[in-house]
Design a protein around this ligand. Sequence first.
Ligand SMILES: NC(=O)c1ccc[n+]([C@@H]2O[C@H](COP(=O)([O-])OP(=O)(O)OC[C@H]3O[C@@H](n4cnc5c(N)ncnc54)[C@H](OP(=O)(O)O)[C@@H]3O)[C@@H](O)[C@H]2O)c1
Length: 331
Amino acid sequence: MKCIQARYSRRGPNPHEVIEAVEVELDAPGPGEVLVEVLASPINPSDLLTLSGVYGILPDLPATAGNEGVGRVAALGEGASSLRVDQTVLLPLGCGTWSSHLVARADELVALPDGADPRQLAMLTINPPTASLLLSEIVDLKAGDWVIQNAANSAVGTYLVALAAERGIHTVNVVRREGAVAAVKAAGADTVLIDSDDLAERVRGATGGQPVRLAIDAVGGAATERLAASLGDGGTIVNYGVMSGQPCQVSPTHLIFRGLTLTGFWLATWYARASMEQRASLYGDLTRRIARGELTVPVAETFDVADIKQAVAAAALGERNGKVLITPKHA
Ligand SMILES: NC(=O)c1ccc[n+]([C@@H]2O[C@H](COP(=O)([O-])OP(=O)(O)OC[C@H]3O[C@@H](n4cnc5c(N)ncnc54)[C@H](OP(=O)(O)O)[C@@H]3O)[C@@H](O)[C@H]2O)c1
């Protein structure tokens, strides 16, 4: 059958210029395989870095883009009896999810609860576990502790607000523009501040002088320094994103005289080291919460995979009000 895939055969600084929608002939599912209609797949910052050639793992070229997403089982190959037609399934990480259809091994697909919003489930694999692990793997946080994060209106930031609140952890949420404040408050945040040179002083006002133990940095550059200045002595900064494109800047004064620690986090490293039980526990819990609608992030725009250039260009723009998703049309 014919399907549309978002493919690229070179990398470059402008991701929408290298990606193309192409029609390809898909083989029928073989033994142990299923045909999947892709329902939804997000465009994440890491996808754009991959298309630009500056991400931590790069696939061989040519490649089909798209790392995560969900689909609907459309046909079963011989012996693929663990799934049923119409079952919603989580797609394997990195399988080229910006496609109208794909053929996958049944044993690599995870059955998802029926009736949940596929657009929210499509964002399950990367950002929710990142938010959860940033709160559990870096510092031993207890109820009543304070953390600060920037890019708080990002998808990771939005999940983190909800997950921290559930654990009784207070968050100071930093955004770079007034227009992002309402969305972070709607996600349940009490304290939202717009980034500025006097951030540390305003953070002290917001926490009533309580020390902030962990700073969660998705931006880098001078924004890292502003988080560092907002931390209590002995606090930790964890950098997990590079939205500014700049190296993290932290004054030696903070590292030497105030005992701050700067570290990094990458989900891929955690995933490679975690046991099957740890992965199943984390993903099982997050799947249930997302399926019940307890963990959600705003969706700014959806595009058919045939319009992949426009979709990637939209995702690369700043100041979005949520995620850009590929939601393929199936004729
Ligand atoms: N290390 C890991 O394992 C891991 C895992 C998942 C995600 N990440 C990283 O986490 C970050 C957030 O991902 P996401 O999917 O949640 O993002 P997202 O929903 O696409 O949101 C992007 C965020 O970055 C902000 N931003 C964009 N350009 C910026 C700039 N030049 N300076 C400062 N802020 C800027 C945006 O603010 P505006 O709305 O104001 O534009 C928005 O808050 C990304 O860097 C991503 O690569 C890392």
